[in-house]
Design a protein around this ligand. Structure first.
Ligand code: ACO
Length: 435
């Protein structure tokens, strides 16, 4: 445990003479946390925290979020600086290894990742098992899970070398897996990766190139792709990362764990929100419909949400949303799109929501998904690929968090408790005697 113990909290159980002294742990930044591991032993009670909003499930050195101030740091570096100055693979190195690489370290790392980007030829045949209209996330879950059937040499999760090679394989192969999911859905031939391209340029190439035409590289779009990947690379203990950690805590292999993370990311409350935002904007249609839509959202008996708004941790603003909104304008300019009705509608919707007491009181701000769909659509990605792109970006975060957990001496199987509210013990009654 690297968190320092500075003070303690004493809890006394009302109506009894039992009390427990719980150490208060301090990280490098962020609020202190009290350690409840001895709570049950000392008091015979444990804690209730549905959704884990108040619970630190691990200590981690990877990513820090200050939700009140809108701060996001990868290994201590502000997301704004990384977005402006760095490249996705450099961020991958940083997340995995803890520090920015030297030129030499980066060259070796880039070469190492890129040489793993091909898929085993037999893995190609998996795609043919899917219906053409299968959702790319369904394909991603299956193909990534199936990697464990191909790489027996790195399934020993307790071996440092095997963990490292699994990390390289996952980061390298994910763009190929996602691009091929798309190619399969539109009936185009799979495009093989090209190692002389950057990670992002190669992804755009595998996605958009066809054998009948020369592929035209657009550095502005490759840079935008890189930015999108950087902004989605990690986000501490979110639902999909916690899923990866929980699956990994059982000793499951990394490919199975990342497949579990992809499944968790798919939900509309998490990574699936980028797809849901575009559907929502299409349903709203015009600015005239914004008010009735927001009235619907605010009606208490309605489950309609303003997709792309709100966040469990950010209660001020999501710094990624600001960066992606700016990138949206850059990409639309580059593509010569003077007016994008979707962007105009989204910006108007944002302004109206941000001045509405419902959203102000609940501290609901645009999150990263509010604008990411608009930029991805402009870059030629179909809506159903948006969450798959998120999965490509988040793989490095999942893998870094999984490695950190496996290398943590206090790692143990994740196993939450519950308050049981079902029937007390009762005896079985034969069916013929039941009334
Ligand atoms: N639209 C309308 N109301 C909302 C929204 C929203 N998008 N988000 C939260 N609220 C309301 C809730 O209904 C609740 O209201 P109440 O206090 O009157 O009951 C209040 O704000 C607090 O919200 P919670 O649901 O308690 O917040 P929680 O932290 O559990 O949920 C979540 C966070 C899931 C992100 C939620 O804000 C949401 O569903 N947003 C829309 C989906 C979305 O954009 N998800 C992407 C998140 S970012 C990511 O995963 C990459």
């Amino acid at each position: 445990m690297s968190a320092a113990v500075k003070r303690s909290v004493t809890i006394t159980l009302d109506g009894s003479n039992k009390s427990a002294s719980l150490p208060l742990l301090s990280g490098t930044i962020g609020p202190d946390v009290f350690d409840i591991r001895k709570l049950y032993a000392d008091l015979g009670v444990f804690t209730f925290d549905p959704g884990y909003g108040q619970t630190a499930s691990c200590d981690s050195k990877i990513t820090f979020i200050d939700g009140d101030e809108g701060v996001l740091l990868y290994r201590g570096y502000p997301i704004e600086q990384l977005a402006e100055k760095s490249r996705f693979l450099e961020v991958c190195y940083l997340l995995l290894n803890g520090d920015l690489p030297t030129k030499e370290e980066f060259g070796k790392f880039e070469k190492g990742v890129m040489r793993h980007n091909m898929l085993h030829e037999q893995l190609r045949s998996f795609y043919n098992g899917f219906r053409r209209d299968a959702h790319p996330m369904a394909v991603m879950c299956s193909v990534v899970g199936a990697l464990s059937a191909f790489y027996h040499d790195n399934l020993d999760v307790w071996d440092e070398g095997a963990r490292r090679i699994a990390a390289f394989r996952l980061i390298a192969k994910m763009p190929t897996i996602a691009a091929w999911a798309y190619k399969y859905s539109v009936g185009q031939p799979f495009v093989y990766p090209r190692n002389e391209l950057t990670y992002s340029a190669n992804f755009l190439y595998m996605f958009h190139a066809v054998p009948t035409e020369e592929y035209k590289f657009n550095p502005v779009l490759a840079k935008a792709m890189d930015l999108i990947l950087i902004l989605h690379a990690d986000h501490e203990q979110n639902a999909s990362t916690s899923t990866v950690r929980l699956a990994g805590s059982t000793g499951a292999n990394p490919f199975a764990c990342i497949a579990a993370g992809i499944a968790s990311l798919w939900g509309p409350a998490h990574g699936g929100a980028n797809e849901a935002v575009l559907k929502m904007l299409a349903d709203i249609g015009t600015t005239a419909n914004i008010k009735p839509f927001l009235d619907d959202v605010k009606a208490k008996d309605n489950s309609t949400k303003l997709m792309g708004f709100g966040h469990r941790v950010y209660k001020n603003y999501d710094p990624r949303a600001k960066l992606i909104q700016k990138a949206c304008h850059d990409v639309l300019n580059e593509l010569g799109i003077k007016d994008d009705p979707l962007l105009d509608l989204a910006m108007e919707l944002e302004q109206i929501a941000l001045s509405d007491p419902y959203f102000i009181e609940r501290k609901l701000y645009p999150n990263v998904d509010f604008y990411s769909g608009i930029i991805l659509k402009a870059m030629g990605f179909p809506t159903n690929m948006f969450t798959a792109l998120f999965a490509v970006a988040r793989t490095v975060g999942w893998v870094s968090q999984w490695k950190e957990m496996m290398e943590d001496p206090q790692q143990r199987i994740g196993r939450p408790r519950q308050i049981y509210t079902g029937s007390p013990r009762r005896d079985y009654v034969p069916m013929t005697e039941r009334t």
